[in-house]
Design a binder for this molecule. Structure first.
Ligand code: EPZ
Length: 422
């Protein structure tokens, strides 16, 4: 297993290009199952999760061709000859559940392994299943698989989510595009990745309104066409790299960044004393006057502060002047980066969904363990500002969501290298 070695040092300056969004691409790719015509995605990120979704779609009989070094994904689902999403693939990536709605909508039957939990929580899919049942699907949970049937096709229905779920909104939105009649999704997720999916489906001929609000309405169609769609910029990669100059000092321009993707996060980051300005090519973040100030953070569904930036923000607040309280409201176990940051000298007290962080002048480099995708990058951020060397182990977590992280940071004069495992 690879590790990444970071030598803490001075300010970082330069520019970092922001890639297409992993969490948009992972829902745009299954959308190919909704049409027999080709769907091509541009601005796709080069990540291991994309490779996993590619393998899953190919196992169903779809063609997925990676072009331009992975930035373009040319897909065709003309010949789907398998409707079973196998446990061996699904267990590697929970987003595999997103083939369920499209397969059911297209051919009226599907078998998808239940994804199981992951490091940050139990990650149930009950809302996905209840939503499909509200559209007439018959589901049988057996042997760790969802055996789904929709004889005569899915029917439009009213789907009331008791709380916001990104994935469940995506599954139901895709299924509804081919259902007979109108579907209304209440308490829908409002993330930019949902808006991006809706815009892609509309390009394919779907009739969708209200995306980006809590109520989405879909008029089902008999079929969808092919399309070409650019994957939206990755707001979580953007927010992650905005924290680099904040934690090391210096000034970095994030190429392709847009304030509208990170408003709540940017407001909170500005509260710490960091300067954020919009430029021709994206956003510039600068820290010129010493340590940042402590702030309190509470994660919420979009447009609130994103849970996917909580670990990274904690790394910054470990070096802030004062005490911060971070409240994680989305996942039940998303503070696993805390014990690793404590190994680097951070002062963090975790009680359930609350983490109290008392900033220290300087963290100390140490060998640490990545436990999940966003935790791994928070340890890299901490290492950039720490005294001495930090070795982050198990960086396969990192490669799921960040392309060429060493290259992007080294271009801003970070001292960072990858050590290939056995
Ligand atoms: C998506 O996961 C993202 N993943 C996550 O990013 C992100 O943290 C999450 O949304 C929240 O923004 C992808 O888009 C591939 P949810 P998802 O359904 O859809 C519970 C990353 O780091 N829930 O909005 O799985 C669930 O357990 C990843 O890139 C149910 O109880 O998240 C969680 O507590 C991590 N039943 C809460 O809802 C369900 O049927 C929100 O989950 C579904 C979810």
């Amino acid at each position: 297993m690879d590790s990444i070695l970071v030598k803490g040092g001075g300010e970082l300056n330069g520019e970092i290009p922001i890639a297409g969004a992993k969490n948009a691409c992972l829902t745009l790719m299954p959308a190919t199952l909704l049409s027999e015509e080709p769907l091509t995605l541009t601005n796709a990120p080069r990540l291991s999760d994309i490779k996993t979704m590619t393998a899953l779609l190919q196992s169903l009989g779809a063609e997925v061709t990676s072009l331009q070094g992975g930035k373009v994904l040319a897909m065709s689902s003309h010949d789907i000859n398998n409707h079973k999403a196998d446990y061996e693939i699904v267990r590697k990536m929970r987003a595999s559940i997103l083939v369920l709605g499209p397969m059911l909508a297209r051919d009226g039957h599907a078998e998808v392994s239940l994804p199981g939990g992951c490091a940050i929580g139990a990650r149930p899919v009950d809302l996905h299943l209840k939503g499909l049942e509200a559209m007439g699907a018959e589901l049988d949970l057996r042997d760790g698989y969802v055996h789904a049937k929709a004889t005569g096709g899915l029917k439009g229905g009213v789907v009331d989510f008791p709380f916001v779920s990104v994935g469940a909104t995506e599954n139901i939105l895709m299924a509804a595009t081919l259902a007979k009649g109108t579907t209304v999704i209440n308490n829908a997720a409002r993330e930019p990745e949902i808006v991006d999916l809706a815009e892609c489906l509309i390009r394919m001929g779907a009739a969708i309104s209200g995306h980006g609000t809590s109520t989405i309405t879909v008029e089902g169609k008999d079929r969808l066409n092919g399309a070409t769609h650019p994957v939206v910029t990755d707001r979580i990669e953007l927010g992650t790299y905005m924290l680099v100059p904040a934690i090391t000092g210096g000034s970095i321009e994030l190429i392709g960044g847009r304030m509208s993707l990170v408003t709540a996060f940017a407001e909170k980051l500005a509260e710490t004393g960091v300067e954020i300005e919009e430029t021709q090519r994206g956003l510039r973040v600068s820290r010129k006057n010493g340590r940042v100030s402590a702030v309190d953070v509470k994660t919420e569904p979009f447009p609130g502060f994103p849970t996917d930036l909580q670990a990274q923000m904690m790394a910054l607040l470990c070096t802030a002047n004062g005490t911060s309280v971070l409240e994680e409201t989305i996942f039940e176990n998303r503070f696993m980066h805390a014990p690793e940051l404590i190994r680097m000298g951070a002062q963090i007290d975790v009680q359930g969904g609350l983490a109290k962080v008392t900033g220290v002048e300087r963290l100390k480099g140490a060998p640490v363990m990545a436990t999940d995708l966003r935790a791994s990058v928070s340890l890299i951020l901490a290492g950039l500002a720490a005294e001495g060397e930090t070795q982050v182990n198990r960086v396969y977590h990192l490669d799921r969501g960040y392309e060429r992280v060493e290259e992007k940071l080294a271009a801003c004069s970070a001292s960072i290298t990858r050590i290939n495992g056995q």
